[in-house]
Write a new protein. Structure first.
Length: 118
């Protein structure tokens, strides 16, 4: 399960001299389906106590960032195309179909005459 994997990761941090856990890269699609469980597990581990002592708190940053490579790659590609003026915009509406687990927030990326079908 995801909770076991997160506990195993925290135990590995405990056994070695690694920096604090700040980022987690979500690679495989099945892991992304459990995207909401991962922050819950992180919070549980940060707050876990044994003999009134936090076990993992010093190893896990209070604001762990989950990185989804395909979304980050899409954002970087869009920015690069826009910055280099290689993105072609139509004067007539076109339709873009996006396959994602969560509805992406595209309000920060100005698109002209494009409808988003999610």
């Amino acid at each position: 399960t995801i909770h076991k994997a997160m506990t195993s990761l925290a135990d590995q941090l405990l056994d070695n001299s690694h920096p604090r856990l700040k980022y987690i890269i979500l690679g495989a699609h099945p892991i992304q389906q459990h995207r909401k469980i991962i922050p819950e597990s992180i919070t549980f581990l940060r707050n876990y106590r044994s003999d009134n002592r936090y076990i993992y708190r010093h190893l896990i940053d209070s604001d762990v960032i989950l990185i989804e490579p395909q979304i980050e790659a899409g954002i970087q590609l869009y920015r690069a195309l826009r910055d280099e003026r290689l993105a072609a915009f139509r004067t007539t509406p076109s339709c873009v179909r996006i396959y994602a687990l969560e509805k992406p927030d595209l309000t920060k990326y100005p698109l002209l005459n494009v409808c988003i079908d999610n």
